[in-house]
Write a protein that binds this ligand. Structure first.
Ligand code: GLN
Length: 257
């Protein structure tokens, strides 16, 4: 891990991120079933494959769909509210969070996705997707909306001009080898709440975080051929699905009505 001095000149001060309400403890990816990361494509006990939606209003959604497809799960592009019905989880890609916020509202998807998120639908947001999941967005446009599914404060384009875009090797909790992180005008995670696990940092700043079924990366895992983070997400979806089948978490609305 590089020292913080190499970030000097990025336009941000040297204070590190904070975890609100507790000491900073780097997390590790915990499988709720206790299983090691395993391949994603197994069938669900109650028939059919897991299907993951990729929000396809704008941005880097095709690369996400490719990575997920390689893992053997069902994939569906989501542009309209009715396309949420058949999906078990959602990926929110990178792009421009302001534009996506507008399109989410005009398409009628914002409220529907928010409802599914409060029902516990797993979600993986990358870059702009992380911004859209955060509870607080700094340097956003005043009318920009976010789902508030992740107890984190993020600053849009927070890496400043000199580090506008960069690539680096990231050690990630739960992965044996580092992951190649592609950062493009990435959000900076300034603070996280106590329920948030930090799975990877770059120069002491969180860049991969998780809160229950909500995963977010400030970089673009879909822009490398390495599907390990998508695999972690798919496992998380399977874990939730297993618990739904066992009745240990409440079924989402579509299943309970
Ligand atoms: N800077 C963009 C935003 O604010 C995010 C960039 C990205 O997703 N690559 O939404």
């Amino acid at each position: 891990m590089n020292g913080r001095s190499s970030a000097s000149g990025s336009g941000r001060n040297a204070t590190s991120w904070t975890i609100r309400g507790r000491e900073s403890v780097p997390g590790s990816l915990r499988s709720e079933s206790g299983d090691p990361v395993r391949h994603a494509g197994r069938s669900r006990a109650a028939g059919g494959r897991i299907k993951i939606g990729v929000l396809a209003l704008q941005g880097a959604f095709r690369a996400h769909a490719r990575r997920l497809g390689e893992l053997g799960v069902g994939v569906g592009e989501v542009r309209r509210p009715e396309q949420l019905a058949g999906i078990d989880a959602l990926v929110i890609p990178g792009g421009e969070s302001t534009t996506m916020s507008n399109l989410l509202t005009s398409s009628g998807l914002f409220d529907e996705i928010k409802a599914r998120l409060s029902d516990g639908m797993p979600v993986f947001g990358t870059c702009a997707g992380m911004i859209l999941l955060a509870s607080e967005v700094l340097d956003g446009r005043p009318d920009q909306r976010s789902f508030g599914a992740l107890d984190a404060t993020v600053r849009r384009n927070g890496y400043g001009r000199q580090l506008d875009s960069f690539e680096t090797e990231l050690p990630v909790a739960g992965l044996d080898e580092p992951f190649h992180g592609v950062f493009i005008r990435a959000p900076l995670v300034e603070s996280v709440g106590p329920a948030v696990e930090v799975l990877a940092t770059h120069q002491n700043e969180p860049v991969l975080i998780r809160q229950g079924c909500v995963m977010a990366a400030s970089f673009h895992p879909e822009l490398t051929p390495d599907a390990r983070l998508h695999e972690q997400f798919v496992r998380l979806v399977h874990d939730r699905d297993d618990r739904l089948q066992l009745g240990s978490v409440p079924a989402r609305r579509s299943e309970s009505t």
